[in-house]
Every structure is written in C-alpha cells, then in structure tokens.
Design a binder for this molecule. Structure first.
Ligand code: SF4
Length: 683
C-alpha cells in the first residue's frame, strides 16, 4: 500500500472571476486546509467562505465515476470504450445525414482555457461547424460588446490594484460583496483607509450599498438613461476631458448630438432619480482624479444590456478615464473562467483571441495550423441553439460542464428542447439537471483533479496543479474531448495541457508569450502577452486596439424594459448568495457551506409583507407566464415595494429560471433575466 503523506498543492479557486490562488493541504483524499496565498495578486487579502470551505464536493459519493448510457427512462453504467463508440457512431451519422451545422457544442466557464480551446477546435476543425458557445452568453457578453464597440478590448481595463487606486468607484448593478467577495473587501478597504469615494447604483440595498457614500436606486432597466444624463451634464458643464478626446477618441460630434434627449428632466421622469442626485454623481466624477466603473449582471441582463455597457464606456471616454492607473471599465466576470472560455474561442463568431471567424486571413491561419477546412459562416449562440432544436435544425448537442437546464432562461422551454434532441452528450462531475436529459453522460474531473490554466476578471492567467487523481473512471475534460476527436479521426496527441497552451499561443496573438514555464507556481501574466513574455497589467496606456489607435464614442439609445402588469405585479430581481455558486451543484455538497446557508429564500419588502400578510418563513408560490417556483419568504428592507429578490442558487423547486422568459439583449441574445415579473400566492 502506498504510504500516505501530507501534500501542499497550488490551485486557483473555481467560484468566481476574482481568481484567488491558494495552497490546498491534503492527506490521501482528505482536504486538511486551504491556505490563502497573500502574495498572489488576485487575492491580496484572503479567501472568502466558498474558497475556504467549499470543496467537500470533490469527494462526494454523488460524483460520476463511470460513463452512463440511457436505456429508456434510466441510465446504466458503461465502460469508456462503449460510450465513446456510441458517441462516434451518432456524431458521424448526424454529420453525414444532416450536415455539420446540425450539431451544437457548449463549452464551460468552469473548465480550463485548454479545455475551451479543444472544445472549439473539435467543433470547428473536426466536425466543421461554428456552433460553439459558452455561458458568458448568459452574463457578460453584453459588457464585452460595449467594450468592443468603444475601446476594442472586451476585458477589464486594469488590475484589481488599479481599482484600489481609483479616486472614485462607481458600482452599477453588481452585488459585489456576495458575487466577488475578495475584490469587494479590497474596495471596502481602500474606501475606508484611502479616502476613495464609492457610489453604488442598484435596485437592492445590499452590503456594498450600505457602505457607499452615495446609494442610488433607479427603476429597473433604466441605467442607460441616468448614465447618459450624467454624461450630457458633464459635457454641458464643459467638464469633458478635451485633450484626451482630441488626441485619443473618434466620433465626438455625433455622440454629443445623440445625448440631446438625455436631459435631467427626461432622466428624472424615466429613472425616478431626483435631478440633484444625478448632478451629485456628475460632480463626484468631475472632482475625482480618476474614476473606475464596476458592473455586472444588473446591467447586462436586460433587453438593452449591450447598450448600457456601451453607455458606461462612453462616460469613461468623455471624462478621459482610460489608460491611467485607477481609471477604466471593470465588467466583473462571474464564473472563474468566463474570461478564458471566451478568450479561447468558445464563441460562434470568434476564434481564440477574438479574431473573427468571417475573416479569411484568420481562418486560413487556423486551417493551416490545424490542417482542416473551417466554415466562414458564424455559428449559432446558445440561445439560438435552443430555438434551433425546437425548429428541427439542431439534432445533436455535446455540452460540457454547464448545467444549462438550470441556468438558461425559460427552463420549461429549454427542457422541451433537450427532449427533442436526437442525441445529447453531457459531460459533468455530477448527474446535473441537464445531464438527466442526456443519452450519454461522461464523468469529468473537477479542478482539483487536473492541470490547466484559468483567466480571471483582470485578464490574469494562472496555473492550477493537480491535487488528487481523478475519482473512479472520471477524466479531465481535455482528455475526454481528445478521445472523442480521435474517434472521429482527428489524430490529436496532447500529453499535457501545457502542449495545448503552446499550440494555442502559437495561433492567438493575445496569448503569444504565454507558456507554462512563465506561469510556474504563483507566477501569472495578464493579456495581451507579447511573444517575449511582456504582459499588460493596464490596457490602453498609449493606444486603443483600432487601426488608428483611437477609441470610438458609440451613440446608443435606451430600450424600454419589459413592463409588469396588474396580474404579474411583482418585479423579480435575481442574483447570487455569498455562500453558493450558481445552481449549487458543488456548494450544496459541501458541509462547510450548507451548514451556514442550507437553501435560498425570497426577499420581500416590509411594505409587501404588510400588504400580503407575509412573515419570515411564509411559503409562497411565484408564477410568471413561463412557470412557477415555491420558496420561503424573508422580510428585509434590502428590497422595497413590489421588488422581490430570488437568488439563482437553487436547482429545485425554487429555481429562478422557471420564471424567466426567452426575451434577450437585442445585440447579443443574453437573456433578460432581470426583466421578470410574477404573481404571488401564499401556500
Ligand atoms: Fe476568491 Fe471568488 Fe473564490 Fe471567494 S469565490 S475565494 S473571492 S475566487
């Protein structure tokens, strides 16, 4: 018997885009402790409760340890050979019968960069379709769109240390304390100790709002209006940064004209914010040497999510808040590797490094590099894939690491789509809700059981090392994707994720100088990384990545949000709980977490509680035009009036997405999760 020994392994947290690195101390398969590495740039302070206590799931008895094959209504265990042979046959049959575009691929923001790279390489290079997407479609694609339009890179402008240096932080639609806890703590520290000013805009008076110098509560879906009114006011006062605009920005005249309608009177009427409050915001920006704006899904998950993200960037350009420490835009990435999944081309219109699929020269580069032919037509995003299944265009889906059947919007519609697929392969560590619809379920290994890299919200690339061997017959996702590709004749020969990164870096300029050697241990790099290894902690210092080096002001107009009516009279806001991650497949299996927060609850205002006779613990049913949920109430003044708040961290009867609709951001198809209304009955 092998002698057991205490071991220390460096890894990266999988629970949010902050990307804290830490050492895990283990003996055999027992986790002894998690030791935060204070010197790791993303942490700088500690880990939060999930990073510290959220790892029991790795050894859960519920882990998938064998491939599963559906037989009627049940699954039976199978060996890899049988499962892979079945997949090979079905994939070949679909491709030959219906063509490559009858197949759809979903990558994962929980998996490594190398795994996202291989998934899109399988779709494009082996199958011959660009139908590949990842869950950034559900959250931050509108932010990326807003930044592509204006400043050319979709990532955060600088580092977390830059955020700490800002004179003024404006947080819009982000429950930062619960969604990005360590980053929030660092902001709270610089606010308290360094005199940094903090403005928070949200529907809900969350912990960060309580600490703000100014907390504003505009009506849901109206952020673009107050942001544009503040920008117009700054221009009208002569406070725009003229030198910056003249030297570094295009499109000023057209943009300023587009602001005409965003008067303070108009903004007051639409947003419900007093004029004086918006002027206070404008004054704060004018008086601060630097402003950084942090935003998240309160901005992006609306019909006009891309436009509001664009309006934020426009405001920063007008005030010269790019290309210097303490200034810039910070769309906070939710999943640990939502940045990396997109960086590595798990998108229907972009290759790794965001080079366009439709660009002949770029496509030729990949065709030569991979020795294949790649279609020029961009593929379907994951929202379009669901419609495509209903329309009979998509017949086969291969999905890894995402519980799409819990996190997409309008779940009943999504589940009906899954049932219509001819063949569905799901790769996960648990038999998730999505996996229950599969024909074949493949057992994957979580981050503790493999090597690879993640890229956090500040574009920082970090290595994770293997803590344990994969449980049972499970395998790292990159090995499973390679096995499937090779069944289809790809001939891939990767022995280690480092070889995958080397190939990707040779093709994508954004990661040109990224090597495993340069990322050894706690070393990290922030993209773009030049071939000599020089990285870029702060973007846009000298120029913006457009042909003339100048940024672009991009006029946008407000899209009115969906309205709630007399029947569906409650607005259902939604977001995260500190203790849980996403649909909860991992954190609900970790005792250290469930002992603190065993389930979700519906936050209702004291006014609504008085009107409807609700108390803490009252069980209610919420019903929208798309479905219903059952959940207990918590009366709190964090919400007001007919706003209720239901955390997304439930995969049972309280799962928010039974209520949400298929309406989406008009530019990116990101679901308008935040525009949900429902009626309530007491059970
Ligand atoms: Fe850090 Fe986020 Fe993990 Fe918490 S959840 S330890 S903030 S990476």
């Amino acid at each position: 018997m092998r002698e057991s020994r205490i071991k220390k392994t460096k890894t990266v947290c999988t629970y949010c885009g902050v990307g804290c690195s830490f050492d895990v101390w283990t003996k055999d398969r027992k986790i002894l402790k998690v030791e935060p590495q204070m010197e790791a740039p993303a942490n700088g302070i500690s880990t939060c409760v999930k990073g510290k206590f959220g790892w029991d799931f790795v050894n859960s008895e519920e882990r998938l340890t064998k491939p599963l094959i559906r037989e009627g209504d049940v699954f039976r265990e199978a060996e890899w050979e049988e499962a892979l042979a079945l997949i090979e046959g079905k994939f070949k049959q679909a491709k030959d019968t219906y063509g490559p575009d009858s197949m759809a691929f979903i990558s994962s923001s929980k998996c490594t960069n190398e795994e996202s790279y291989l998934m899109q390489k399988l779709a494009r290079g082996v199958i011959g379709t660009n139908n590949i997407d990842n869950c950034s479609r559900y959250c931050q694609t509108p932010a990326t769109m807003g930044l592509f339009r204006t400043v050319g890179h979709g990532g955060d402008s600088g580092s977390i240390t830059d955020i700490e240096q800002a004179g003024l932080i404006i947080v819009v639609g982000s429950n930062t304390s619960e969604s990005h806890p360590v980053l929030a703590t660092r902001v709270k520290r610089s606010h308290k100790l360094n005199g940094q000013k903090l403005i928070v805009s949200d529907l809900r008076k969350h912990e960060m709002a309580e600490r703000a110098d100014l907390f504003i509560q505009p009506k849901s879906g109206t952020d673009l209006v107050w942001l544009s009114a503040v920008t117009k006011y700054i221009v009208d006062q002569g406070w725009a940064d003229e030198a910056f605009l003249m030297n570094r920005v295009n499109g000023l005249d057209e943009y300023v004209k587009s602001l005409d309608k965003y008067t303070m009177d108009y903004a007051e009427q639409v947003t419900g914010l007093p004029k004086e409050t918006m002027i206070q915001v404008a004054n704060a920006i004018h008086e601060s040497p630097t402003t950084s704006v942090l935003w998240a899904m309160g901005v992006t998950q609306h019909l006009g999510g891309s436009d509001t993200s664009t309006a934020i960037s426009n405001l920063l350009l007008i005030t010269g808040n790019y290309g210097k420490p303490g200034a810039g835009s910070y769309p906070l990435r939710g999943h640990n590797n939502v940045q990396g999944a997109s960086d590595f081309g798990s998108m229907p219109d972009r290759f790794p490094g965001y080079e366009k699929v439709a660009d002949d020269a770029v496509r030729a580069k990949y065709e030569k590099g991979w020795g294949v032919t790649i279609p020029a037509k961009p593929g379907m995003n994951n929202h379009e894939m669901v419609s495509g299944i209903h329309a009979g265009d998509v017949k086969v889906m291969y999905l890894k690491g995402e519980d799409m059947g819990m996190v997409d919007s309008n779940l009943n519609y999504v589940h009906e789509a899954f049932e219509k697929l001819d063949f569905f392969v799901v790769q996960d560590i648990f038999l998730s809700k999505t996996a229950q619809y599969a024909d074949v379920v493949l057992p994957a290994a979580p981050s503790f059981e493999k090597e690879g890299t993640f890229t956090n919200t500040e574009r920082r690339i970090q290595r994770l090392y293997q803590v344990f061997e994969p449980k049972g017959d499970s395998k790292p996702d990159w090995q499973i994707i390679m096995d499937i590709a090779n069944r289809l004749g790809a001939g891939w020969t990767y022995h280690h994720p480092g070889e995958i990164m080397a190939e990707a870096a040779s093709l994508m300029p954004l990661y040109a100088g990224v090597t495993y050697e340069r990322l050894e241990g706690y070393n990290s790099l922030q993209w773009p990384v030049a071939a000599d290894g020089t990285d870029t902690p702060l973007l846009f210092l000298d120029e913006f990545p457009f042909p003339d080096g100048k940024a672009r002001l991009f006029p946008v107009d407000w899209t009115k949000p969906l309205e709630y009516d007399e029947e569906y009279d409650l607005h259902v806001n939604n977001g995260r709980l500190l203790e849980h991650f996403h649909e909860g497949n991992m954190t609900y299996k970790s005792k250290g977490i469930t002992s603190k927060t065993p389930n979700v609850f519906l936050e209702v205002s004291p006014e609504l509680a008085a009107e409807r006779g609700l108390e803490d613990g009252t069980l209610v049913r919420l019903t929208s035009p798309y479905g219903s949920v059952k959940v207990s109430c918590l009366v709190t003044d964090r919400v007001k009036g007919k706003e209720v708040y239901l955390p997304m961290n439930d995969s049972g009867e309280g799962a928010i997405n039974y209520l949400t609709s298929s309406y989406a951001d008009k530019d990116t198809d990101t679901p308008a999760y935040k525009e949900t209304s429902a009626k309530m009955e007491i059970l």
